[in-house]
Ligand binder design. Structure first.
Ligand SMILES: Nc1ncnc2c1ncn2[C@@H]1O[C@H](COP(=O)(O)OP(=O)(O)OP(=O)(O)O)[C@@H](O)[C@H]1O
Ligand SMILES: O=P(O)(O)OC[C@H]1O[C@H](OP(=O)(O)OP(=O)(O)O)[C@H](O)[C@@H]1O
Ligand SMILES: [Mg+2]
Length: 299
């Protein structure tokens, strides 16, 4: 049974976003028991229910006000907005936060043996895609005509199968394109997963849970982006050491027992400390350089 005063969150059942979505909620302290085949889960420790569906259905569930919160790729969200605009359907939603996973881009790609100078080379060509509205928006903006070939999957085989001249599909590492003899020629949309919520009435109980969740998500993401850096450095070179640590707060300085010339420095940095920087720190006389992950953070 679904309880009315419990915040309902919808996420992808299986696919690229599902593990990261589950992991994010778990890191926010929401206890959920979501094993493979389960499509709904009630949190034991917070008034939150999780519903798992195909990702394409998530924007509609939010825009129609059926579910409170959703985790979805911006590409799918924007495609749904464009499609609903054509049908004059409701497109209300609030983007609460851009998340730190599901990073990909929607790109045009052509067979390796085809030449490409600019987008006009694709004039009148047939393009296979699962994102016809995003594709049309891009071509309209550039005043180029095209014929579309709608495929919900296996888009990358379309040129080889003689279904299209080019494709417009999601790319991350580029391995899928390479494996299919295709070359990325133009990025048309950059995407990450995001947290969205419905517009309109949400009870104050749910609103409170949502605010708590949002603060925790911000804390989880901030912590994942940050590192705790500890090192020993000569007192005389402190400022030079600080200069090398971009993205770090002012350090805490601690005395070292039995050593008046060196101190321990502790600081939180929003940037990864690269090997090159560690080598430069060493040249300044720093030692015992430690870079530690941060589990949780609240400012
Ligand atoms: N290679 C990738 N790397 C990172 N994120 C990706 C990648 N491919 C897709 N994504 C993001 O993850 C979302 C889900 O991708 P997935 O391939 O699981 O979708 P799907 O096959 O449509 O799943 P569903 O069965 O839920 O409809 C995409 O819409 C996109 O936002
Ligand atoms: O550039 P790459 O790193 O190769 O990633 C791109 C591929 O990832 C996604 O598919 P996914 O692997 O999620 O499977 P699907 O096509 O079955 O959805 C996307 O649809 C591409 O095919
Ligand atoms: Mg899908």
């Amino acid at each position: 049974m679904i309880h009315n005063n419990r915040l309902r969150i919808v996420m992808q059942k299986t696919g690229r976003l599902s593990n990261d979505s589950k992991d994010l909620l778990a890191r926010c302290g929401i206890k959920i028991n979501l094993y493979k085949k389960k499509l709904i889960a009630f949190s034991e420790n917070m008034p939150i229910d999780i519903i798992c569906v195909r990702d394409d259905d998530i924007p509609g569930l939010i825009m129609d006000g059926i579910v409170d919160v959703g985790i979805i790729g911006e590409n799918v969200l924007e495609e749904e907005v464009l499609s609903r605009q054509l049908r004059s359907d409701n497109i209300d939603y609030i983007k609460l936060k851009r998340l730190d996973f599901g990073t990909c881009r929607l790109s045009l790609a052509i067979p390796l043996d085809k030449t490409y100078k600019d987008i006009s080379c694709l004039n009148n060509s047939r393009i296979a895609t699962s994102y016809p509205h995003l594709l049309k928006k891009y071509f309209d903006k550039n005043n180029i005509t095209f014929k579309s070939c709608m495929l919900n999957g296996s888009v990358e085989v379309a040129p080889r199968a003689g279904l299209s001249d080019a494709i417009c599909d999601l790319v991350s590492t580029g391995a899928t394109l390479e494996a299919n003899g295709l070359r990325e020629v133009q990025v048309i949309f950059r995407s990450k997963a995001c947290l969205i919520c419905k517009v309109g009435d949400i009870s104050s109980e749910k609103r409170n849970v949502l605010n708590t969740l949002l603060t925790r998500i911000q804390g989880v993401i901030k912590a994942r982006e940050s590192k705790y850096i500890m090192l020993h450095a000569p007192i005389k070179r402190l400022e030079e050491v600080v200069q090398l640590l971009h993205g770090a707060e002012r350090p805490t300085i601690l005395k070292l027992a039995g050593d008046n010339t060196r101190v321990a420095m502790h600081m939180v940095s929003s940037e990864t400390l690269f090997w090159e920087t560690m080598e430069k720190l060493k040249l300044l006389g720093a030692s015992s350089i430690l870079v530690l992950p941060i589990e949780k953070m609240m400012e």
